[in-house]
Every structure is written in structure tokens, then in C-alpha cells.
Design a protein around this ligand. Structure first.
Ligand code: H2U
Length: 353
């Protein structure tokens, strides 16, 4: 029997942030595809810079009847259809309640943040100054909402394939009184690693990925982008700091400036890969906030970002997370190492520029 080759032979890999395994099946890459083909993602060049019917555009009336002002940079408003409200009655949290029917209070707020006044601008085609303004607004939102809420989730759904209902460049910010599942589980694994090793899991990970250079997509003086060893989505990436930082709100001016550059770079590479406006869901995780966590020791946390793109092998073929993934285990064909090479080889300059 031949020797094990990570890019050829099936194996399972461990995600130390979740305690989950993923099945990697590189030999399956030649599988023919006669399944669903998605519509071609909209090319940003076909979108006008202003749409008088789009409520996220300056000067247009939103569902609430409020007119979106003539903003010049970023603009944040409370979502007219929020999943979380600041007030309202809460369920009984009697500890003797039936363990099979547990409930707890959920309070919060949901905001929409427009990135830019022009609808046809996305991160890879924006000026660095515009991206820095977005980062500054994210920090300001986190400062404000983090004073009250235990978790503030910034996320961007990009492209209709990711459920994004509006082509205007924007993200959402959901702040909650409770810790959502993903960061709650991550917190446990980061803490356990810190207790066992006395070091941050993600800083150890960064150091090893820099040494190995197998999954690095791009890097600059402050940041590194890798396809994580345990990636589930074909072109999933993580944005990690080279120096330990717990929260978004702790970033220095230099780190913010370099973050803008690396965001533009990874998003340009994504778009260049299939020559389309690359869809994804992305967001940021840092140490939890609010009255419960701000006073606790959160040394185990390292601030980082995640990009989860759904595309598999072209602009119109996406990965389905179905049967085996839903019932047994996440699975991928393309290895993270090969995905990293494909992204690394892309130009850092956007194909439309
Ligand atoms: P998504 O495309 O990612 O769903 O974001 C658009 C958000 O904007 C969506 O959550 C909100 C929607 O509720 N929105 C308003 O709050 N007011 C409007 O007038 C239109 C859209």
C-alpha cells in the first residue's frame, strides 16, 4: 500500500475550536456534477451606484418610514425587522423547570450598517480609506453595544446565494444578552487550551501556520489569512493577528490600517478566483463583552475573523451541506492546502480594476 499523502488520501481532521472532526476525501475531486447550478452572481459593474428604490441608499425611505440620510461614509440604523428586541416579557427561568423544555431570556438589538453610499462598491473595489472607516465604525459599534450586551456579532452576508436580500454593501450587527452557540463553544475550547498550555490557542496556531506556510493565503506585518487546517467550506479562510489582541476594540491604528489592506486583498483574491462578486458570510469573534464578561479574565481569547464562502468549483456551483454533513460529519473534497494554493495564486488586484 502507498504511503499516506495528505492531498490524495482520505482522513479526518480535528477542529480544536469546536471539538469537531471533518472528513477530507481528496480522491473524490474528480466527481462529475450534474446537480443544481446557481445563477451567476451579479457582477458589481452591472449595479448602478444609486438606486432610488433601495432603502439602504442615501435619501431613500425605509420600511419604517424614516428616510435614510445623505450619508457620505458609513451609516448605521436599527433593523426595521429585528430578530432581537431590547425589551419585552421573558420566560420563567425556574431552575426546577422541566430539563427537556428549557427556556431563558433573550434580549438584544439588531442593526444594519451600510458600508458606503454607493451601491456598486464592495470591499475589494473600495479605497483603503473607506475600509478603514468601516473598521472604525465596527469598533465604535462594539464599544457602544458591548457595554450592555454579552455578545455583539458583526456579520456580512454577501450575495443572494447567502440569503442577502439587498445588493447595497452592508453588514448586520446583532447584540444579545446571551452567548450564541458558536462563540459559547469556542470560549470553552479556548479556555481549556489556555488552562492546559498557558498560551492562547490561536496565537500558537498562527505561529505554526507561519512556520509551515502550507495554508497561508496572504499576510502583512500585522495579519495572516489562512485556509484553516480544519476548514469545512471549500474556500473558507480565517484572518488572524500576528500579535495577541483580545477584542476588536483593542486594535491599534496600525493594526486597523493593515486589517483594511488584508481585507481588500483576500476579497480581491476571492473575486478573482471565479471572476465574480464572490459570495460569503463573514464575521468577527473576540472576547465576550457586557456586564457578565467584561470584568472576567478573557486571556484565552484572540480576536479573529472568518470568511465562509459557499462556492465549490465555479461561480455557479456551490457546496451543499446536506445528508452526511447533517446526519454524521462535515466533509470536503478539495484539501485546505490546495484551496490555499488556488487563492494564493490569485492576483491581489481586483480583476475589474
Ligand atoms: P440582508 O440583505 O443581509 O438581509 O440585510 C438587509 C437588512 O436590512 C435586513 O435585515 C433590513 C432587513 O431587515 N432592512 C430594514 O431594516 N429596513 C428596510 O427598509 C429594508 C431592509
Amino acid at each position: 500500500m502507498s504511503l499516506f499523502n495528505i492531498n490524495e488520501h482520505q482522513h479526518i481532521r480535528y477542529n480544536p475550536l469546536k471539538g469537531e472532526w471533518i472528513l477530507v476525501s481528496p480522491h473524490r475531486m474528480l466527481r462529475p456534477w450534474s446537480g443544481q447550478v446557481e445563477p451567476d452572481p451579479t457582477n458589481q459593474q452591472q449595479i448602478p451606484d444609486h438606486d432610488p428604490t433601495n432603502p439602504l441608499c442615501p435619501g431613500v425611505t425605509r420600511a419604517s418610514g424614516i428616510v435614510t440620510p445623505n450619508y457620505q461614509s458609513t451609516f448605521v440604523f436599527t433593523n426595521d425587522f429585528p430578530a432581537l428586541l431590547e425589551d419585552g416579557p421573558s420566560p420563567d427561568t425556574d431552575p426546577s423547570a422541566d430539563p427537556l423544555f428549557k427556556m431563558a431570556a433573550a434580549k438584544g438589538t439588531c442593526r444594519v450598517m451600510c458600508f458606503h453610499p454607493k451601491t456598486n462598491k464592495q470591499i475589494p473595489t473600495m479605497d483603503l480609506n473607506d475600509i478603514q472607516n468601516i473598521i472604525k465604525e465596527w469598533i465604535s459599534q462594539l464599544k457602544e453595544l458591548g457595554a450592555k450586551y454579552n455578545w455583539v456579532q458583526i456579520f456580512e452576508n454577501k450575495g443572494a446565494i447567502m440569503g442577502c436580500s439587498n445588493p447595497h454593501p452592508h453588514c448586520q450587527i446583532w447584540a444579545s444578552s446571551f452567548m450564541p452557540n458558536e462563540p459559547r463553544i469556542k470560549d470553552q475550547y479556548l479556555k481549556q487550551y489556555y488552562c492546559e498550555h498557558g498560551r492562547q490557542l490561536l496565537m500558537d496556531y498562527v505561529e505554526k501556520e507561519i512556520q509551515k506556510q502550507e495554508r497561508v493565503v496572504c499576510e502583512n506585518t500585522e495579519w495572516i489569512v489562512v485556509v484553516p487546517f480544519w476548514a469545512i467550506w471549500p474556500f473558507e479562510t480565517m484572518v488572524l493577528p500576528k500579535k495577541q489582541v483580545q477584542r476588536f476594540t483593542d486594535l491599534t491604528d496600525v493594526q486597523q490600517c493593515e486589517l483594511a489592506k488584508i481585507m481588500k486583498e483576500i476579497c480581491s483574491k476571492y473575486d478573482n478566483l471565479f471572476k465574480c462578486s464572490f459570495p460569503y458570510s463573514m464575521g468577527w469573534h473576540g472576547a465576550p463583552t457586557g456586564p457578565t464578561y467584561s470584568t472576567q479574565n478573557m486571556q484565552h481569547w484572540t480576536f479573529h475573523g472568518m470568511y465562509y464562502p459557499p462556492l465549490l468549483r465555479s461561480a455557479t456551483i456551490k457546496k451543499f451541506m446536506v445528508g452526511y454533513e447533517m446526519l454524521a460529519n462535515s466533509q470536503r473534497d478539495l484539501t485546505p492546502e490546495k484551496a490555499a494554493i488556488m487563492l494564493r495564486q490569485q492576483s491581489s488586484i481586483h480583476y475589474t480594476l
